[in-house]
Design a protein around this ligand. Structure first.
Ligand code: BEZ
Length: 397
């Protein structure tokens, strides 16, 4: 496996031409594939800023699958091209263009931030580049803007938040608010929480928000006592989540804090005592005792020198999904019909448990209920079993 950093003519036409030559020459497929150049995979992820650790763990997860398969996917050598998207939506179209047009990647794996994902989406819907999303959950991507060449291996912003809303309502909480950054991930997770809570008879009271990636939480925390709520839900991730959980604990508020699982994911060591007892819903939990997870966590610790988290799992599953597609076509990524058939029907043995693709290319998976116990996100139940995003408005072409 070769790795290089991105330095930037739609490749689609060039590839289509190459495929046509191969078809005409009637050369046996196996021979033709063996002659193929390495498959270029662009990793467009945050390697700096508040989501830097998320990008790193996704990368480790991708690299683990490639290593397990001897450096090849579908029998083809792999070249990784890494690009730091800085979680900056305004840079996203030009960054995605660099990978697709200048570097001519065959596959794009990216990204973490929902706003950046929209920038990538505009580019790859046009170029047709096979794209696998290893985190960003913005719902439009697998709803009204769904695209044949775009798959998500992570979650939709609605799923975990709906799970924790349901769980909070079932526990008897009556009045809840949501606190988060004011961008797609925050807004859409707020909608999920509200829906889950209301379905269980609760009342959604307010959405307190601040711009991404600001961490001036005190004015928001100061409003909470006046809202007379009995549960506070939140979406923050990475460095922002560490700070929010600490400040929430220090504020001594009456209402317990809950959230979608990103609030306590990959952050527990830094959050310390402040995180103990927080309940969240997510498609992963530290102690899941399926054989795949046990082996995955051991291998991740050996590779990264730190414990695995959901981001590592999503990177791993993005590459597992890609491997399934490429293996079905013996590395011939131009065989789009068979490639997509394999991707759409993929059943993945994930560290998160069973995972399948919905018709809108979204993940169907369990939403686990977790509670922070002795510094771990312990699974204490299932908030929603094999949950599919509604995929509203998706017309797959
Ligand atoms: C998002 O922007 O979609 C996102 C970022 C971090 C964690 C979860 C979701």
């Amino acid at each position: 496996m070769a790795i290089r950093k991105a330095k930037g003519v739609s490749r689609r036409g060039v590839l289509k031409g190459a495929a046509a030559v191969t078809a005409l020459s009637a050369v046996p497929t196996g021979w033709a594939i063996a002659q193929k150049r390495p498959l270029k995979i662009g990793l467009m992820l945050p390697y700096s800023g508040t989501y830097a650790k998320l990008g790193e763990n996704i990368t480790y997860g991708v690299e683990m699958v490639i290593a397990e398969k001897g450096g090849k996917l579908g029998g083809r050598e792999v070249e990784l091209i890494k690009l730091d998207d800085e979680s900056k939506p305004e840079l996203a179209p030009q960054n995605a263009d660099r990978l697709v047009k200048r570097d001519q990647v065959d596959v794009l794996i990216g990204t973490v931030h929902s706003g950046v994902q929209m920038g990538i989406h505009r580019v790859v819907r046009e170029s047709g580049t096979l794209t696998i999303i290893p985190n960003a959950g913005n719902v439009a991507i697998t709803r009204e803007l769904c695209a044949r060449n775009v798959y998500r291996a992570s979650f939709s912003n609605w799923q975990p938040a709906y799970g924790i809303g349901l769980a909070a309502g079932k526990k008897g909480y009556k009045r809840g608010i949501w606190v988060s950054w004011d961008y797609a991930a925050g807004v859409e997770s707020c909608e999920g929480f509200k829906q889950g809570l209301e379905e269980q008879g609760g009342t959604f009271v307010d959405f307190l928000k601040l711009p991404f990636p600001q961490t001036n939480f005190q004015p928001l925390l100061a409003q909470i006592p006046g809202l007379e709520v009995d549960i506070v839900g939140a979406f923050f991730a990475g460095g922002g989540a560490v700070q929010f959980v600490k400040e929430y604990a220090a504020a001594g508020l009456k209402a317990p804090l809950c959230g979608n699982g990103f609030l306590t994911e990959g952050t527990l060591q830094a959050q310390g005592e402040a995180a103990e007892g927080i309940e969240t819903a997510l498609h992963y939990g530290d102690g899941l005792d399926n054989p795949k997870n046990i082996a995955f966590r051991k291998a991740f610790l050996e590779k990264a020198g730190r414990e695995a988290d959901v981001y590592a799992v999503q990177g791993y599953d993005s590459a597992q999904l890609l491997a399934i597609g490429l293996e079905a076509v013996n590395g011939d990524i131009e065989d789009e019909e068979n490639l997509h058939k394999a991707l759409e029907n993929a059943k993945i043995d994930s560290p998160r448990g069973p995972m399948a693709m919905s018709p809108s290319h979204e993940v169907i998976h369990n939403m686990y209920l977790r509670k922070v116990t002795n510094g771990q996100n312990k699974v204490i139940g299932i908030a929603a079993e094999q949950l599919a995003d509604p995929g509203t408005g998706c017309k797959m072409t």
